[in-house]
Design a protein around this ligand. Structure first.
Ligand SMILES: *[C@@H]1O[C@H](CO)[C@@H](O)[C@H](O)[C@H]1NC(C)=O
Ligand SMILES: *[C@@H]1O[C@H](CO)[C@@H](O)[C@H](O)[C@H]1NC(C)=O
Length: 279
């Protein structure tokens, strides 16, 4: 037994060195230029396949059965005549451009409006971009995706998602492109807070094209992968320019420039379709 243990010792010490190496690698992976620490990544050991093991709080990422994103197959989406238009009452609000470490987003001060789903109000909280897109439609992955996140008083989450294909510049992103440049410089300067106030932003541009959407029950697409999120993926694909995709990536660290989670299993879930124009 003793001899056996002695034989094990070199292996044990090399195991410890490897564990230490991992610990250092993890610290580097998670360290963002602006100082905040993101525990997960989109590549390597902290990548999506391991999210569920990184922290007990993230276990739903691997054990959950209602995960997002998914591939939406148009032919398999079931039209639901009981679905109602996505009523969104967005107000002009003071926006703050934020580098969340794993994506770029806008947060709003105060009450910036509501999304009404099945008669229930969900307050608009924030929006953020992923590129390439997280949801696919008929197997097609798009250049980018915007998530508008809304929260009810009881903590229920409803997201409106917009897909972008490469083409003309998106007029809403055009309004913040200069500030994205500032955010990138800010991050490289190592500032603690990569937050840039951008004042009143007209959210009217975000309300367009909601005559067709896909509804399903899924999750947040980053840890902790919280489930029972009401997803509303708009059927109308918008355009984004190549420069805008680059501007959204520029402030992010190397492991977050491609920040889309791989597709998740449907596990028997049905995708419903709302189509204003069908009879
Ligand atoms: C259709 O939509 C309504 C309203 O959201 C919902 O209550 C109902 O369960 C849906 N029906 C089906 C078959 O998914
Ligand atoms: C829901 O939002 C609408 C639009 O802002 C508002 O008129 C209504 O009073 C709200 N309902 C509740 C229950 O807060």
């Amino acid at each position: 037994m003793r001899a056996h243990l002695q034989n094990m010792a070199p292996q044990l010490s090399s195991f410890i060195s490897i564990a230490l190496l991992f610990a250092v690698a993890f610290a580097n992976f998670g360290q963002q230029a602006h100082g905040s620490v993101v525990e997960f990544s989109y590549a390597g050991l902290r990548g999506p396949a391991n999210w569920g093991n990184l922290n007990p709080k993230f276990s739903t990422c691997s054990s959950g059965k209602l995960q997002s994103p998914i591939n939406i197959i148009k032919n398999e989406a079931v039209e639901n005549k009981s679905l109602t238009p996505l009523t969104r009452v967005y107000k002009r609000g003071n926006a703050i451009l934020v580098n969340n470490g794993f994506n770029i987003g806008l947060r709003y001060e105060g009450n910036c409006g509501v999304l009404i789903v099945d008669g229930k109000n969900y307050t608009f909280k924030q929006m953020h971009w992923h590129s390439p897109s997280e949801h696919h439609i008929d197997g097609v992955q798009y250049a980018a995706e915007l998530h508008l996140v809304h929260l009810s008083d009881s903590g229920a989450i409803a997201v409106v998602s917009m897909l972008y294909e490469l083409g003309d510049a998106d007029p809403f992103i055009s309004k913040i492109t200069n500030k994205l440049g500032d955010l990138a410089k800010d991050a490289y300067a190592g500032n603690e807070e990569a937050h840039i106030p951008i004042g009143p932003l007209d959210n009217k541009l975000l309300r367009k094209n909601t005559r067709k959407y896909y509804r399903y029950i899924g999750s947040i697409t980053s840890p902790p992968c919280t489930e029972n999120v009401i997803w509303n993926v708009l059927g109308k694909v918008r355009t984004i320019s190549k420069e805008q995709v680059e501007a959204l990536k520029a402030p992010l660290g190397a492991d977050y420039k491609q920040n889309s989670r791989p597709l998740q299993s449907l596990n028997g879930r049905k995708v419903e379709l709302y189509n204003e124009f069908s009879d």
